[in-house]
Design a protein around this ligand. Structure first.
Ligand code: COA
Length: 416
């Protein structure tokens, strides 16, 4: 089966997570992704949080599958020459260096555009160009704080809290992938490449859209009825942290199930969909609530929503999270068990769908990774292992037309 991005050559000048997550996705879908890394050290994540001495860390392997690795010192004249040749033959260059690093290397947008007017140059930065923080280096949690996520996550009596989900890193990479694909389609129309830039702050803000909705509602009416603070607590003039409250019109909460005293994940998320009130009452064995004016409407329920959740928890006390969901699903109630990473790693459905995959690696044996979350009817991405540092250097140099002697000289000068 041919892959839709076959024939697209990408210079992957990315490191850590935000950039690599983007290029890995494009590699799954068929692009030839050449990861350019500094000789000797490579992407810093190869060495970070190693679980096997002398083998690439999972941090690296899980973000760089399906790529080829070229070691290249792009600060030596010989290294620059190799990069220039590569630029002339490539469709996209992706980078997520600190602000100004690519320019300092001599590869400004103008220079890249001069070398190859069809090249798409895609960048991740912490803040967008022209922002008053656009000189800052940024990692995941910095972006979550600057993007509004941290101030609205956690409990009202605790500090701002970051999410375990990589809203700043991988999320930004996904935004960049959309930008690159859009620019590729645009190039089909104009024949020209362009600059695509995504900031981590902007990408987090894009996912915090409903919190900006809430800020405007709060400004207008002074309260937010779906937050636990309503109606008994206090609202200030900023969107508060709402704990585990649902963000839409459906109240929801994380509820204890059988075994919660010893199992940190013996919980389900329970959602009270307005139109599903009757089945909820039937599932819980509370038919009298269906017509009780204190419970019959969402508005009537809101003042004592936590009493309702307490009643549901009492019902859950003798059921495991799986048993509870098996009962509730029959009543069409939106809910799910709180799954640990261990449960996700071993989930047969996730294995069958290719969302969790085992991948071979030359040094590690096999490792577990997250496969494509995007499913196609005409493409089943095959996830291959990440490359060793410089594994494809000679192969890529000879594709660029370098002779064996020239390649040997590049090695001797430590440019590759
Ligand atoms: N050959 C020669 N030099 C290379 C090279 C190569 N193959 N690859 C990288 N370098 C150089 C860069 O040019 C830069 O040199 P300079 O500072 O002299 O200009 C240097 O390596 C370090 O790059 P930098 O990006 O500053 O790394 P860092 O480790 O100090 O910072 C980040 C890491 C992630 C904080 C920073 O890159 C950043 O803010 N990136 C943008 C936001 C981002 O993507 N963050 C999320 C990461 S998950």
């Amino acid at each position: 089966m041919s892959k839709p991005l076959e024939g697209i050559k990408i210079i992957d000048f990315t490191h850590v997570q935000a950039g690599p997550a983007c290029t890995q996705l494009l590699a799954w879908f068929g692009a030839d992704v050449i990861k350019v890394e500094r000789p000797g050290s490579g992407d810093v994540t190869r060495n970070q949080l190693r679980d096997i001495p002398d083998a690439d860390a999972l941090y690296f392997t899980m973000l760089n599958s399906n790529k080829r690795s070229l070691t290249l010192d792009t600060k030596t004249p010989e290294g620059k020459e190799v990069l220039e040749k590569l630029v002339k033959e490539s469709d996209v260059l992706v980078e997520n260096f600190a602000p100004g690093a690519l320019d300092r290397m001599g590869f400004t947008w103008e220079r890249l555009n001069e070398l190859n007017p069809k090249l798409i140059v895609a960048s991740v930065k912490g803040f967008s160009d022209g922002h008053h923080y656009d000189d800052l280096k940024v990692y995941e949690n910095v972006a979550q704080c600057a993007g509004g996520a941290a101030s609205t996550t956690g409990f009202w009596d605790g500090p701002p809290t970051v999410s375990a989900a990589a809203l700043g890193d991988s999320n930004t990479g996904m935004h960049l992938a959309i930008g690159i694909l859009t620019a590729l389609i645009g190039r089909g129309q104009t024949g020209r490449g362009q600059k695509v830039a995504v900031s981590m702050q902007d990408s987090v803000i894009n996912l915090c859209r409903v919190k900006l909705r809430d800020q405007q509602r709060l400004d207008r009416v002074g309260y937010l009825e779906e937050y636990p603070q309503y109606p008994h607590g206090e609202f200030s003039d900023v969107v508060p942290r709402g704990g585990n409250a649902g963000g839409g019109g459906q109240p929801g909460w994380v509820l204890k199930c059988k075994g919660w005293e010893t199992d940190p994940n013996a919980y389900i998320y329970f959602t009270i969909q307005g139109h599903a009130w009757e089945p909820i009452c039937r599932a819980l064995g509370k038919p009298e609530w269906i017509s009780d004016p204190n419970y019959a409407t969402a508005q009537a329920r809101q003042p004592h929503i936590f009493d309702i959740f307490a009643t549901i928890e009492a019902w859950l006390a003798d059921k495991t999270k799986y048993e509870a969901v098996d009962i509730l699903r029959k009543f069409d109630i939106p809910c799910a068990p709180v799954l640990s990473m261990k449960e996700i790693a071993n989930d047969p459905s996730l294995r069958a769908s290719g969302t969790i995959v085992e991948v071979p690696h030359k040094e590690r044996g096999t490792y577990l990774t997250v496969g494509s979350p995007i499913k196609f009817s005409g493409l089943k991405p095959e996830i291959t292992g990440s490359p060793l540092l410089g594994e494809h250097t000679d192969e890529i140099l000879s594709e660029l037309g370098y002779s064996k002697d020239q390649i040997a000289n590049l090695h001797t000068s430590r440019s590759v």
